[in-house]
Design a protein around this ligand. Structure first.
Ligand SMILES: Nc1ncnc2c1ncn2[C@@H]1O[C@H](COP(=O)(O)OP(=O)(O)OP(=O)(O)O)[C@@H](O)[C@H]1O
Length: 334
């Protein structure tokens, strides 16, 4: 449904070329919810602007619902824009319009008759769980309710794709949970394809089917949430973080190992097994267990005592379904 192919975008800034996107390729299937995560400056906004046709790519193509949108102009461009519903960090509602009139606004612009657009807007408010607030003004609504109105408005023109740019960054935890649930419901009911730009891993955990990590304009990890977690890369560490506690420092000669297990492997007694191999107790320094994409994932950091046969521990645990890696230096320092 959304296909980005070899997309690059270069800016010239102060006489210098800045490659904001560098050969980005991405495919999001129908009715899938895909998250794009990345640090500030990674290129997320530039990608959104290319997808919403506000920016012309330097090279590459963006295909939405089978149509290559890059070369469109005039009425075709307007139609393509209408096929993308946009949800932003702040709902940006018109303060002087009621909730109903805010939702009806895109239909007004599209020339839909008053009675018809009001009926459609009322339907959409009901869809987002706001029946009864038709005549409320934004100032009378909570942050979460305003975002729901924003989502209803994004759905007014019957888009095929919903593009959400940091949709919950300005919300409290309860409203965040409600809005994420709503985006899922809307996808389930309307079959929309959803792209979510976020810096919050909790959004990926609760909302996304698949995810890409954007770094310096390049996608460095991508796939279903299940697969990227099992790949034991940067996203795994961000999605299954070790608790933010001061890790017990290693004693002289000890070796730290990270043990990742996904699915049924979570139930295996890796620490007991490691203790058996080294012939003495293995200390757990930190650990966490998460449910992600419907399956369990565990991550343990253990300390093997001085003199332990580290290679034997690693290969045995791997043969029992764990992935074993050396701790990432930046995490150890943290
Ligand atoms: N119009 C522009 N002119 C010059 N450079 C730009 C322009 N827009 C973006 N850039 C540069 O492109 C890179 C990617 O920026 P972008 O805003 O897409 O990142 P981002 O991931 O959205 O960051 P943030 O989360 O802070 O918004 C940055 O180095 C930025 O300085």
């Amino acid at each position: 449904m959304i296909t980005v192919s070899h997309l690059s975008k270069e800016f010239v800034s102060a006489g210098r070329n800045v490659r904001a996107l560098d050969d980005v390729s991405l495919s999001v299937a129908d009715a899938e919810i895909h998250g794009i995560v990345g640090q500030s400056g990674a290129g997320k906004s530039t990608l959104v602007r290319c997808l919403t046709l506000l920016e012309t790519p330097s090279s590459g193509t963006v295909t939405i619902d089978g149509a290559d949108v890059a070369g469109l102009s005039g009425a075709e461009l307007q139609n393509a824009r209408r096929s993308i519903g946009l949800v932003f960090q702040h709902a940006n509602l018109f303060d002087a319009r009621t909730a109903l009139d805010n939702v009806a606004y895109p239909l007004e612009i599209a020339g839909v008759k008053r009675a018809e657009r009001r009926a459609r807007a009322a339907e959409l408010l009901e869809l987002v769980g706001l029946k009864g607030t038709e005549s409320a003004y934004p100032a009378q609504l909570s942050g979460g309710q305003k975002q729901r109105v924003g989502i209803a408005r994004a759905l007014a023109a019957d888009p095929k794709v919903l593009l959400c740019d940091e949709p919950t960054s300005a919300l409290d935890p309860n409203s965040t949970a409600e809005v994420l649930q709503l985006i899922r419901d809307v996808r389930d009911r309307l079959g929309l394809t959803v792209l979510v730009i976020t810096h919050e891993m909790s959004v990926v955990k609760t909302l996304c089917d698949s995810v890409s990590l954007l770094q310096s304009g390049t996608i460095v990890e991508t796939g279903s949430v299940e697969n990227v977690v099992a790949a034991n890369g940067q996203l795994t560490r961000q999605l299954v973080p070790l608790p933010a506690l001061a890790l017990t420092p290693l004693r002289a000669g000890e070796t730290a190992l990270d043990i990742l297990a996904v699915g049924e492997a979570v139930d295996r007694p890796f620490v007991a097994e490691a203790s058996r191999i080294v012939g003495s107790d293995v200390a757990v320094l930190a650990g966490s267990i998460e449910t992600l994409a419907g399956g369990r994932v565990s991550r343990l950091r253990v300390a093997l005592p001085a003199g332990a046969d580290v290679a034997a521990v690693k290969s045995t645990l791997v043969s029992q379904g764990a992935q074993v890696s050396d701790p990432v230096v930046s995490e150890v320092a943290a």
